[in-house]
Design a protein around this ligand. Structure first.
Ligand code: ZN
Length: 420
């Protein structure tokens, strides 16, 4: 699939594509149940898509939709004006809202549209403190997502500020139009029947997942010309996931739209060697670029970044688990999103353009029985715990990934950036 740049979508075309996109999000992404609550978070830049999703949700039989709007300029004012202590706690009512939404079985939908550099220059300790506080106060909410109790879905909406970073040579309105087209293509909304296209997409993942899951690799070795030479231990009961997800009570949904990755949770105690970034990492509106991390026994012991090193160090210091791995993901170098030739500066897209790793929290559903385990059982099974989960891209055109079995046998998984 490639992204064909047609002429701009006119207002009517955009409205009808938004309706088609919203219908896909609600029916395939959230797989909403009749009478179910939908909890939708969006920024004020995504009002049109939020309205379209609310309409589609009621058409699909949702019982009620709660919309939680935020505004990037106002968030920036908080960071510029409030002391660090303010971010170290979450207002009681906010935690209550999130936790009770999870308890009542709401579908959790988030629309991302942020300007990648909106928070440039803020004190990195503030968003980290806020993530940490939310992780504690909203534990019931995050557990509902991590342990497969509620369906959840993250999608993107174009905004002028984000689009202007992606297409700096275009006017804001042309850039936004172009970004919408890229989003519609990457999420298969351009297909005649996007819901059927996503069902086919789900099935396409199954064969590769079966192959990886049948082999039970003990570790993976990553090497490339950037200088990466890293060995990552996998968990003996580890599971590769990708495509779609299923709740503990059997409801299928898509946590991310788009998605092109197959991923698992590595053993947070076993990573050794050095890994180089292949794409810039945009985190909390800050840019970290040209960096490397050196791991010893699972932990980052040394790092360097040509740009954004302070933010990188702040991330690694959030808590005990933030300097350890929570995810390894395989994405071929010629994925449809990479082939579009667009750097989105948004993890939802860029993580589907490159093999990546994530520091921070691991996925309980990537070890057998993990969704029924408590925190200490998950740790024993090798699943990392942290308030953060941050992806960074390591896949380039000559990345090799070798799977190593417990008896030392080596099997090529990726050669020159693609499936071997
Ligand atoms: Zn990922």
């Amino acid at each position: 699939m490639s992204i064909k740049m047609t002429n701009s979508l006119n207002d009517n075309e955009l409205a009808s594509m938004l309706a088609k996109y919203a219908n896909l999000i609600i029916r395939s992404g959230c797989n909403i149940l009749p009478g179910q609550e939908l909890y939708l978070s969006a920024s004020t830049d995504s009002v049109m898509l939020a309205r379209a999703c609310t309409k589609a949700a009621y058409e699909a039989g949702a019982g009620h939709v709660t919309v939680n709007f935020s505004d990037e300029s106002i968030s920036r004012m908080h960071y510029d004006n409030c002391a660090l202590e303010v971010f170290q706690t979450i207002a009681e009512w906010q935690a209550l809202r999130s936790n009770s939404m999870a308890r009542m079985g709401a579908a959790i939908l988030s629309i991302t549209s942020e300007d990648p550099l909106a928070m440039e220059g803020i004190d990195p300790a503030k968003p980290m403190a806020s993530a940490k506080a939310a992780h504690v106060a909203c534990k019931e909410f995050y557990d509902a997502l991590d342990l497969g109790r509620n369906v959840w879905c993250i999608v993107a909406g174009a905004s002028d500020a984000w689009a202007s970073r992606v297409f700096p040579d275009l006017s804001a309105s042309e850039a936004t139009n172009r970004l919408w087209q890229a989003i519609f293509t990457a999420t298969r909304v351009i297909a005649d029947d996007p819901i059927a296209a996503w069902e086919a997409h789900r099935k396409a993942f199954d064969e590769r997942k079966r192959w990886l899951n049948s082999l039970h690799f003990d570790s993976l070795r990553y090497t490339n010309s950037l200088g990466t030479n890293l060995e990552v231990g996998l968990n003996p009961t580890g599971i590769w996931n990708g495509g779609g997800d299923t709740t503990v009570d059997g409801r299928e949904f898509f946590p991310n739209m788009p998605t092109e990755e197959i991923f698992t949770t590595p053993d947070f105690r076993r990573a050794n060697g050095i890994v180089y970034s292949a794409l810039p990492l945009i985190h909390n509106g800050n840019r970290i670029e040209d960096f490397w991390l050196r791991f010893k026994e699972g932990r980052v012991v040394e790092c360097e970044a040509k740009c954004g090193e302070e933010m990188l160090r702040a991330l690694l210091e959030v808590d005990d688990g933030s300097s350890r791995l929570g995810e390894v993901a395989l994405v071929p170098f010629d994925s449809p999103i990479r082939n579009a030739g667009i750097l989105f500066y948004n993890t939802l897209f860029d993580e589907n353009a490159s093999c990546h790793l994530a520091i921070g929290k691991g996925f309980p559903d990537c070890v057998s029985g993990g969704q029924e385990m408590d925190d200490s059982a998950l740790r024993s099974a090798g699943v990392n715990e942290s308030a953060i989960h941050v992806d960074f891209m390591i896949g380039n055109e000559d990345l090799c990934v070798t799977g190593i079995l417990a008896d030392g046998t080596e099997i090529a998984i990726f050669k020159n950036g693609n499936w071997a």
